[in-house]
Design a protein around this ligand. Structure first.
Ligand code: R5P
Length: 319
């Protein structure tokens, strides 16, 4: 349908991009990305992409605005060089939490971000674990929204074998539906915490634990950790209710400043996450051997292959 796969990457996630390239046994295409003294970004491709099927791998984590702009400029560069098709591969999509007007006089920034990606020239997008499924509707181009479930579930299966009276815990109601999918596959009961954010500052307040964690080993799971407040509050609540050993899973390791320092103080045996966002070495050192990172490279690589071949992605997951 299209020409061969051409993999491009910005500067935000070199290791994951390398893993995807390795999975596909393809090189990352050469390009220059220069940040001028005035903070403007310049991109130049080393070879023509005319008629090719181009994939731009760029996560939009901190520094969010730089990484987003790099993604947009890369897409526009490919568009202007007559690529046949451009897919924005965005392992972590920024501004996902701004997905509705939940108070007067506020923006819906996730919509703005999706509009910008389309305006730059993307024909398709690919991402993982959106904050809410409705964000798919902010794009009018087709896309593949994937789930880290497919790479995390095996690890949870193994973990479950060693756990005593295991239970799955969702740290808030927003994540409860997804947590239910994990719990169903693992055949575990689900507990969840009703959480409310009283203001726009990152503090959160856990109100009620629904379910039973007393004397049980817990898997607590969320789609992202930013400040760590949600998880810390949830861990404290389940500990107060008698939880035994706790293992924490999270898909997107946003890990804002001080989050790692705060998380390691928690009574958590292991922290398991993915590489949708690279974790700097100094933060890895804070976690030490309590941190485990599971790569999404083969998941993204296989979906890229199928997108290029015009094959079903759903059949990968027996859907
Ligand atoms: C929010 O609803 C998400 O599911 C996460 O709970 C949230 O993004 C975590 O943020 P923080 O780590 O700052 O509490």
């Amino acid at each position: 349908m299209y020409g061969g796969i051409r993999l491009f990457t910005g500067t935000s996630t070199p290791e994951l991009a390398g893993g995807i390239a390795e999975y596909l046994n393809l090189p990352l295409c050469e390009r220059d990305i220069i940040r001028f003294p005035n903070d403007n970004i310049f991109v130049k491709l080393h070879a023509s992409v005319r008629g090719q099927d181009c994939f731009v791998i760029q996560t939009t984590s901190i520094p969010v605005h730089y990484n987003l702009m790099e993604l947009l400029i890369l897409i526009q560069t490919l568009r202007l060089d007559s690529a046949a098709r451009i897919t924005a591969v965005i392992p972590y999509l920024c501004y996902m939490r701004s997905d509705k007007k939940d108070q007067p006089r506020v923006p819906i920034t996730a919509r703005l971000v999706c509009d910008m990606i389309e305006a730059a020239g993307a024909d398709r997008y690919m991402t993982l674990d959106l904050h809410s499924p409705q964000i798919q509707g902010f794009f009018s181009i087709p896309g593949d929204v994937l789930y880290a479930y497919h790479v995390l579930i095996d690890d949870m299966m193994e973990l479950k074998k060693e756990m005593k009276d295991p239970v799955m815990v969702s740290p808030d109601l927003g994540f409860a539906k997804k947590a239910r999918n994990y719990a169903t596959t693992l055949n575990l009961p689900l507990s969840f915490i009703e959480k409310r954010r009283p203001s726009n500052d990152p503090t959160s307040q856990a109100l009620t634990l629904i379910g039973d964690v007393d004397g049980r080993d817990c898997i607590i799971l969320d789609e992202e950790i930013s400040t760590g407040t949600t998880m810390a509050t949830a861990v404290n609540v389940i500990k107060e209710h008698g939880a035994r050993e706790i293992t924490m899973f999270f898909v997107h390791p946003v890990l804002s400043p001080n989050a790692a320092e705060e998380l390691v103080k928690l009574p958590v045996k292991q922290f398991v996450t993915t590489d949708t966002i690279p974790i700097p070495q100094e933060k890895k050192d804070i976690f030490g051997d309590r941190l485990k990172i599971i790569s999404v490279a083969s998941l993204l690589g296989e979906v890229i292959r199928r997108a290029n071949q015009g094959r079903s992605v759903g059949e990968m997951f027996n859907e």
